[in-house]
Write a protein that binds this ligand. Structure first.
Ligand code: GLV
Ligand code: MN
Ligand code: MN
Ligand code: MN
Length: 399
């Protein structure tokens, strides 16, 4: 094992147990809950050890500064700590751990920043607790209204403002205006690098994507005494809609997933009164995505008429197509001699890309699996990711 891979492992092992579910082996690191708060505390300690002052933006995002936090232009890196339910170890934390190690590498080589480097830990990137992904970066850039963000509630009814301990501060153009670039390092969430000899790639684009909530209303009643002909069962409309989403996505070469469902009253012996399904839909082109969601909605509405159920559709979040800054991406791909890939996964980098030159580095994932405990990366590839990020920070902040 190289020295850098060993240093990576040593630091990684410090956070590996935090929020890990012994049963699934996956992580339950929801924003601003105990596990994520412990990681944020770890972030502050790591920054302290390196003499990096930490600032907060009042939206739940933290920044550890290599160089003066108040000085002119700065280069932003980092990622997020929060996970999806039973998520993998690397999605998010890899970008933060790699950033601290990249700073260590540069310092050890005697390189100093000409522009400050900020390592970010963004809050609620996955939207697993409050429903809107990239909530922290959306607030920072003004892409979501403060009132809406403050009032988002988790499954227990706790609002984002209450979890944060304050009303979010909202957009900070003074801060975002100072960043000359954002480079987020992330585990690759597909198999694109598996058959190649490249441990690191540069991102070209993020597919447009969003979340749509389908509320199907019916009539709760007794499972044993209600004649089949008399039922208004929203579970049927829901089930049909899941199949329709799958079919419509396949027809278009798009992706549709219903990974979350809530049933009321959720009893084996009761016809549900209400079923809510959340559709996650993504496509390479915005028109394809719009066509997909419209087709699923039309089919669901038609089916609801036949089932005697009601349907309301709510768009919970939408992220447009992100074409990362070609100039910056091309420069980094040339610098690192790395392949360039698009992705269907969302990232804070996708939100920030509308406001400043932004790029992403992907670290090879041998399973290709993500949002699952099976997500993986070798220590050697993680070390290659750290080296790549160090070269990028040197290029952008130290010359
Ligand atoms: C976040 O990781 C997403 O792509 O949903
Ligand atoms: Mn994720
Ligand atoms: Mn992520
Ligand atoms: Mn993501």
């Amino acid at each position: 094992m190289t020295d850098l891979a060993a240093r990576f492992r040593q630091l990684w092992d410090k956070i590996a147990p935090v929020g890990r579910d012994a049963g699934s082996g996956g992580y339950l690191r929801y924003a601003l809950t105990d596990a994520e708060l412990r990681l944020r505390q770890w972030f502050r300690e790591q920054a302290d050890r390196r003499g990096m002052p930490v600032t907060a933006d009042g939206n739940g995002n933290l920044f550890a500064w290599w160089g003066d936090p108040g000085a002119g232009d700065a280069v932003l890196t980092g990622s997020h700590f929060d996970s999806v339910p039973h998520g993998g170890a690397y999605d998010g934390p890899l970008g933060i751990v790699s950033a601290f190690l990249a700073v260590d590498e540069l310092r050890a080589a005697g390189v100093a920043p000409v522009r400050s480097v900020a390592v970010a830990a963004f809050v609620e990137e996955e939207g697993a607790r409050f429903g809107v992904p990239c909530l922290g970066s959306r607030l920072l850039t003004g892409e979501i209204a403060v009132d809406r963000a403050a009032g988002l509630r988790d499954a227990a009814g706790v609002s984002f403002a209450d979890a944060l301990g304050d009303r979010p501060a909202g957009a900070d153009p003074g801060l975002t205006g100072r960043f000359t670039a954002f480079v987020e390092l992330h585990v690759e969430q597909g198999r694109a690098l598996v058959e190649t000899d490249a441990p690191v790639a540069v991102a070209s684009a993020i597919w447009p994507h969003g979340r749509w909530r389908f509320d199907f209303h019916g009539e709760g009643n007794h499972a044993g005494t209600t004649r089949m002909a008399d039922r208004r069962d929203p579970m049927l409309t829901y089930a049909f809609t899941v199949l329709a989403a799958n079919k419509e996505a396949r027809l278009r070469g798009a992706h549709a997933t219903v990974g979350r469902v809530a049933v009321e009253p959720n009893a084996t012996n009761a016809i549900p009164s209400k079923v809510t399904g959340w559709l996650d839909a993504r496509a390479a082109e915005p028109d394809t995505l719009r066509g997909l969601v419209e087709a699923v909605h039309a089919k669901a509405a038609e089916r609801a008429r036949r089932d005697g159920t009601g349907l309301t559709l709510t768009e919970e979040s939408a992220t447009p197509l992100v074409a990362f800054d070609g100039g910056l991406g091309g420069r980094l791909a040339a610098l690192l001699d790395a392949p360039v890939l698009p992705t269907g996964a969302g990232h804070d980098a996708g939100v920030l890309a509308a406001h400043l030159p932004t790029a992403m580095l992907f670290v090879r994932n041998p399973t290709g699996v993500s949002h699952s405990p099976a997500e993986s990366a070798t220590d050697a590839d993680c070390a290659a990711g750290v080296s790549a990020l160090a070269r990028v920070l040197e290029e952008l902040a130290c010359r």
